[in-house]
Design a protein around this ligand. Structure first.
Ligand SMILES: Nc1ccn([C@H]2C[C@H](O)[C@@H](COP(=O)(O)O)O2)c(=O)n1
Ligand SMILES: [Zn+2]
Length: 160
């Protein structure tokens, strides 16, 4: 008999995004992204981190203070890393991301040809950057939807 409780595509790809987020050194928000083409092949993954060659130990992970003393000046977002790491044309692909994309990532998502965004958490819905993302996605006819009932939830810290 065919097994019924197998992992569905959405949960599988969000699981990969979730796992990728565990690589992040950001103490506040660990974000992962997984890009999938129309054939359900993974074509890019990423997480939020500093650029290659820029030391995790020398740059700040702070949220507050002078701009140059915060992570915001230096961090590459998960979606941007997934797009930059991708191995192929992203036209009509979809991106699974553990946090709703900011407006800068929304621009990259649109320009790269991704047609759908599946997200886990919309942590900052009242921020202008999130409103801008939604405005851009609506204008560009990019679908976005929350993944409900995601149960995979990788928690490597529990296994310590
Ligand atoms: N769509 C997003 C939004 C944010 N990030 C990264 C950038 C930072 O490392 C962190 C957000 O930090 P917070 O303001 O919550 O302390 O998440 C991303 O990769 N993708
Ligand atoms: Zn972003």
């Amino acid at each position: 008999m065919k097994r019924q409780n197998y992992l569905k595509w959405d949960d599988y790809f969000m699981g990969v995004a979730d796992l990728s987020s565990k690589r992040s050194k950001d103490d506040t928000s660990q974000v992962g992204a997984c890009i999938v083409n129309e054939r359900n092949h993974i074509v890019g993954i990423g997480y939020n981190g500093f650029p290659i060659g820029c030391s995790d130990d020398e740059l700040p992970w702070e949220r507050e203070g002078e701009f140059l003393d915060t992570k915001y000046a230096y961090v590459v977002h998960a979606e941007a890393n997934a797009i930059l790491n991708s191995s192929t044309d992203l036209l009509d692909s979809r991106i699974y991301v553990t946090l709703f994309p900011c407006n800068e990532c929304a621009k990259l998502i649109i320009q790269s040809g991704i047609k759908e965004v599946v997200y886990l958490e919309d942590k900052y819905p009242d921020l202008d950057m999130t409103k801008a993302s939604k405005k851009l996605f609506d204008m560009a006819k990019i679908q976005y939807r929350p993944l409900k009932n995601y149960k995979v939830k990788i928690n490597h810290e529990e296994t310590k």
